[in-house]
Ligand binder design. Structure first.
Ligand code: GLA
Length: 664
């Protein structure tokens, strides 16, 4: 179903926001009822969606891993840093220079202090009592106007100690000296990396929680201390999500409590990059703990891998926003299917990452970068798309295995946030190896059908205009990406589906951890066809969605379908920031027709800054949708709560906040 294409959509869009709510139990202005303290749906009256840190927009920069694996050294990293300056990329925002796995020598036996491999990073050889120090290195980067990132693991051992066993740059020494991860050393290492050495960014991997299992050949043959896995890569149910989260929370707390120290770090917060490769249901909690979290396994420079990683993040718009970003992994531009011989694929990879507000971390050796690839990374319009301060990750206006239409609300340059939404970005994506014809509709953009829409091609700058719809022929693997200006379908407000960056999914009602089956399944990059296949792997199925149910179906209540709205499970609480100061809220709410539980009722509640503004009676499967309207003048944070009655233990009913909008 195409958003906004149907007459029903036009009707909803034209209706004033203050629709009368006939069957609604309106309790405007009622004070917040005292709720049981343990009630997870209890409104907080405030925005709880963003971890602290310095990632108001997605981090940009360079990382050593995709270019060098553990064969990293100071000359290569500083060469990349210099190239960021010389090519002008730094000026565009590529600021972080991140050292990945391979930098460490050992954890010193006497006091647990981490030691740098000075054969790779000569400036770290201080000769003093502390042994080594990264301070000269970070000072150098800071003097270049750049920021410095380091890598560690949340467990005892790092990924290279399991997967790069032939590397000459693995940690050395006794079992304890080779325990370079954070386990048991959180305060010490955070104090060292941030307080003393002055790093600004840390990527925290998780192989230490997954791969060093008791009795394994790895542990036996390499003399590691075993750790019963808290992450089982192939089993969501056997993964201890709470233990994993608790470890990252402890780290985040240590980070928050560490003063900048002597390192000359940039201040203003540090960036915490969570690297659990989409496991441990990180989708649901990453945004409350860190600034970015990997949504999938490692990218490799192959088209299918890029699709896989893109898909792992593309349907999670409601979980990202300013300060917290889905991370589909670093860029592979420059390598394999995305090298200078594949300009279409390289541009597509970049455009897709920009559309979904992915971190832009260059992963190739910039010292020998062809101009054509620098032009891709340095395309100011595409970078501005990724860095738009609204932080509204693109959502899927059309979605199939072969083609997608992505639309992203832009706010940069708007004089009033309230005026937002007349500028959007749209990407037409041909996932196949054949040419494909796609029709872009005004409705995809939630723009009015009758008014002209101006497109600016973000690669070429060429402008064109259409009314209603326009056709495009896309080359194999091509993404056409435009800025679009038009008349908004909802002239005096915003559908909540247009502002995912202002929504925080505090509770999504998901009880059962189930893998998301919509992620592209490439030939496994590591085992090829020797395994049983690339299985769906990342929990998230059933999470809150824009313009579809949590399970990817059209929104529909009592036979009435809706082109726009939020789809979520019952027993959920969504926080919505009213950044533009709108005065009205409107939605048509009900139990979605896709629900399997036909008996339980769902009560919908709306709160404004913690005060209950409206509440429905308990609605059941088949009940007509109810209008839920409220005056939200002066309200900064709304909370949308859907409670199943009784709460029950089975799969929660699927609920729809159809046409949900803020407006005047
Ligand atoms: C994991 C991460 C990669 C990289 C390597 C380093 O595989 O996902 O991004 O950091 O570890 O060993």
């Amino acid at each position: 179903m195409i958003p906004g294409a149907s007459p029903r959509h036009r009707r909803a869009a034209n209706a004033p926001l203050a629709v009368l709510a006939a069957a609604l139990l309106l309790t405007q202005g009622a004070p917040l009822q005292a709720a049981a303290p343990a009630d997870p749906l209890r409104p907080t009256g405030r925005w709880t969606g963003s971890a602290p840190g310095a990632a108001a927009t997605p981090p940009m920069g360079w990382n050593s891993w995709n270019a060098f694996r553990t064969d990293v050294d100071e000359a290569k990293v500083l060469g990349a840093a210099q190239a960021l300056l010389d090519t002008g990329l730094a000026r565009l925002g590529y600021r972080y220079v991140n050292v990945d796995d391979g930098w460490w020598q050992k954890r010193r036996a006497s006091d647990g202090r981490m030691q740098v491999r000075t054969a790779l990073f000569p400036s770290a050889a201080t000769g003093g009592p502390d042994g080594t120090s990264f301070l000269p290195f970070t000072t150098r980067l800071h003097a270049m106007g750049l920021r410095a990132g380091i890598y560690t693991d949340i467990g005892r051992n790092a990924c290279s100690q399991a997967y790069d066993l032939g590397s000459p740059n693995l940690p050395e020494g006794t079992t304890a000296e080779r325990e370079v991860g954070l386990d048991g050393h959180v305060a010490q290492d955070v104090g060292l990396y941030f307080g003393e050495w002055g790093f600004d960014y840390v990527k925290v991997d998780a192989c230490g929680l997954a791969d060093f299992r008791p009795g394994s050949a790895l542990v036996r043959e390499h003399g590691y201390r075993a750790l019963a896995p808290e992450i089982e890569r192939s089993s969501i149910q056997r993964t201890d999500e709470h233990a994993v989260r608790a470890r990252y929370e402890a780290l985040a707390a240590a980070l928050a409590g560490t003063p900048a120290g002597t390192g000359g770090g940039t201040g203003g917060g540090r960036v915490l990059s969570i690297c659990t490769w989409g496991t441990a249901n990180v989708r649901a909690w990453g945004h409350e703990v860190g600034n970015l979290w990997r949504t999938s396994g490692d990218i490799v420079p192959a088209w299918g891998s890029m699709l896989h990683n893109f898909d792992s993040a593309a349907r999670r718009a409601l979980y990202a926003g300013p300060g917290h970003w889905n991370d589909p992994d670093m860029l592979e531009i420059g390598h394999g299917d995305f090298d200078a011989q594949h300009p279409v694929e390289a541009r597509s990879h970049f455009a897709l990452w920009a559309m979904i507000d992915a971190p832009l971390l260059v992963g190739f050796d910039l010292r020998s970068a062809p101009r054509s690839l620098l032009d891709i990374l340095g395309n100011e319009r595409l970078v501005a798309l990724d860095q738009d301060p609204g932080g509204h990750q693109a959502t899927l206006a059309y979605d199939s295995g072969e083609a997608q239409v992505l639309v992203k609300t832009l706010v940069a340059g708007d004089s009033r946030v309230q005026g937002q939404g007349t500028r959007k970005a749209v990407a037409l994506f041909n996932r196949t190896a054949q040419p494909l014809q796609l029709t872009l509709m005004a409705a995809h953009l939630k723009f009015a059908d009758g008014a002209p829409i101006t497109l600016t091609d973000l690669w070429t700058g060429a402008q064109s205009t259409f009314t209603g719809d326009a056709s495009f022929t896309l080359a194999p693997h091509e993404v056409r990406v435009f800025e679009a200006r038009g008349a908004r379908l909802l002239p005096r407000g915003m559908f909540l589906s247009e502002i995912p960056g202002d929504i925080h999914v505090a509770e999504d009602g998901v009880r059962e951890r189930q893998p998301d089956p919509l992620v592209h399944r490439p030939l496994d990059p590591w085992s090829g066809s020797r395994s049983g296949g690339t299985r769906p792997a990342y929990a998230g199925w059933g999470g809150a969605q824009v313009d579809s149910t949590p399970f990817g179906l059209d929104l529909q209540v009592a036979g009435q379908s809706f082109a726009t709205g939020l789809g979520v499970l019952a027993n959920s609480r969504l926080e919505v920031r009213n950044r533009a100061g709108y005065t009205n809220f409107h939605a048509l709410v009900g139990v979605d027709d896709s629900t399997t539980d036909r008996l339980r009722g769902v009560r919908f509640e709306l709160y404004g800054d913690g005060r209950r503004l409206a509440r429905t009676s308990a609605l059941r499967f088949g009940d007509r949708p109810l209008a839920l309207d409220a005056d939200v003048r002066g309200v900064t944070v709304l909370e949308l709560v859907a409670r199943a009655e009784p709460a029950g233990t089975g799969p929660p009913p699927v609920v729809t906040w159809a046409d949900a909008a803020l407006g005047d």
